[in-house]
Design a binder for this molecule. Structure first.
Ligand SMILES: Nc1nc2c(c(=O)[nH]1)N[C@H]1C(S)=C(S)[C@@H](COP(=O)(O)O)O[C@H]1N2
Ligand SMILES: [Mo]
Length: 410
């Protein structure tokens, strides 16, 4: 198909208009403003990253406002690359598995629910979470509280059918080494997945914390790809095609690749597993401190497995003490940590640093920057470099007057 220039211009104009509407409507869920349903969901501005996508809706989880490890479903973050939700009749919905298989199959919801199932607690985190652009106090639409910096991560108990069961039913052929998953939303959001990971621990989820998936989370079914970056978890899952090489789908190449100096200016297109990560959710940026006893609490997680420990520093990293993990600790899941402290009214810098069961330690921003072949001064350029899969230690600075600010790039 050859779109001529004026058609193309008109198309761009229309999509720009739609993007504007999408930004304004970002928080309406089925015609109702989300604020009417949930006091924690604020009216949100278009994200700076919006130029990378056309239509986009985002909700952020208020990490500062809940206890434990399960995100209340209505507070689950959402990244939707379209301006509206697909309206899917679950009775009509089919999941097809085709490509390099002996028996192409089509499953109804009823078929899926008859198969062996698993229930697992896992986080889902957008690859863009915590990225440098959203740590921007100069941008009135961004910045504090922690919700808007680290809140594109949530944790639920998901239930569904393992990919291993489905691929076994279909008869995976020897050459079938990659999967292309496609969603039923307007943009047919698509992402690839190596078969090895799929067979290891991935599943097609139909329940979220016991209930059917929320529309925002991919009703009636989505992929759960434990510990890997958000876009692998394809929502409204409709097709799984088994192929013999990685496909660079639009969503993973256009939208999810970032040029890296350590790769000679090339982009790394495949970002799989999240590294070890943690954040203190209370006290955190935007809150007020009071002298005396303070419980420091937060969440830690890793895409590699279980959180082994979390260390806390109140002096900007000079000294560290271990926090208590509020178990049980689940693999590739949010883990709650707590730490008792007395605030004496002096300046302080709070940090949390997690180590996962493989011994991998959450990096400081300086370590991460070096690893990416960048200089710390790069972050202070007017247009902060774009970066994704950010897992640097978050510093919260406490001033004498009790105010708390984000010291990540300060
Ligand atoms: N069909 C579909 N699946 C999708 C997306 C989408 O826009 N459409 N967004 C992806 C991205 S980028 C992320 S981070 C996660 C977010 O999952 P959530 O919206 O349930 O929080 O879903 C992924 N799966
Ligand atoms: Mo994402």
């Amino acid at each position: 198909m050859d779109i001529n220039k004026s058609d193309r211009r008109r198309f761009l104009k229309q999509t720009a208009a739609v993007a504007g509407v999408a930004a304004g409507a970002a928080l309406t869920v089925r015609g109702k403003p989300a604020s009417a349903q949930d006091p924690h969901v604020h009216t949100e501005p278009p994200r700076r990253g919006a130029r990378y996508t056309i239509d986009h809706m985002t909700h952020y989880t208020p990490l500062q406002d809940y206890a434990g490890i399960i995100t209340p479903p209505r507070l689950h973050f959402m990244q939707q690359h379209s301006s509206e939700f697909p309206e899917i009749d679950a009775d009509q919905h089919r999941l097809t598995i085709h490509g390099l298989v002996d028996r192409p199959l089509s499953f109804s919801m009823d078929d899926l629910k008859r198969l062996p199932s698993v229930s697992r607690i896992h986080f889902v985190e957008c690859h863009g979470n915590s990225s440098p652009q959203i740590h921007n106090p100069q941008n009135p639409n961004m910045g504090l509280p922690v919700q808007y910096i680290h809140g594109m991560a949530s944790c639920s108990e998901w239930s569904g059918v393992p990919f291993s069961v489905l691929l076994n039913e279909a008869g995976l052929q020897k050459e079938g080494t990659w999967l292309v998953m496609e969603g039923a939303d307007a943009g047919k959001f698509s992402h690839t997945l190596p078969v090895g990971k799929a067979l290891d621990d991935c599943f097609v989820a139909y329940n979220q914390n016991g209930d059917p998936l929320r529309v925002e989370q991919g009703y009636p079914i989505r992929a759960i790809v434990p510990g890997w970056e958000g876009p692998h978890n394809v929502k409204y899952l409709r097709h799984i095609k088994v192929v013999d090489e990685p496909y660079n789908t639009w969503n993973e190449s256009m939208n999810h690749s970032v040029v890296r100096p350590d790769l000679g200016g090339k982009a790394r297109w495949y970002h799989f597993q999240w590294g070890p990560k943690s954040v203190i959710t209370r006290p955190s940026g935007g809150m007020e401190m009071r002298k005396g006893y303070v419980q420091i609490t937060g969440l830690a997680w890793s895409g590699a497995g279980k959180v082994a420990k979390v260390d806390i520093s109140v002096d900007g990293g000079k000294t560290w003490k271990e926090a208590r993990l509020d178990g049980p600790v689940h693999t590739k899941a949010h883990t709650r940590f707590n730490f008792d402290w007395e605030w004496n009214g002096q300046e302080a810098m709070l940090l949390s640093r997690t180590t996962d069961e493989t011994g991998d330690v959450q990096p400081s921003l300086a370590e991460l920057t070096e690893h990416w072949g960048m200089k710390m001064s790069d972050w202070h350029e007017k247009d902060r470099p774009r970066a994704i899969h950010m897992n640097a230690i978050q510093p919260w600075k406490i001033a004498r007057d009790g105010s708390i600010s984000d010291a990540m790039f300060a």
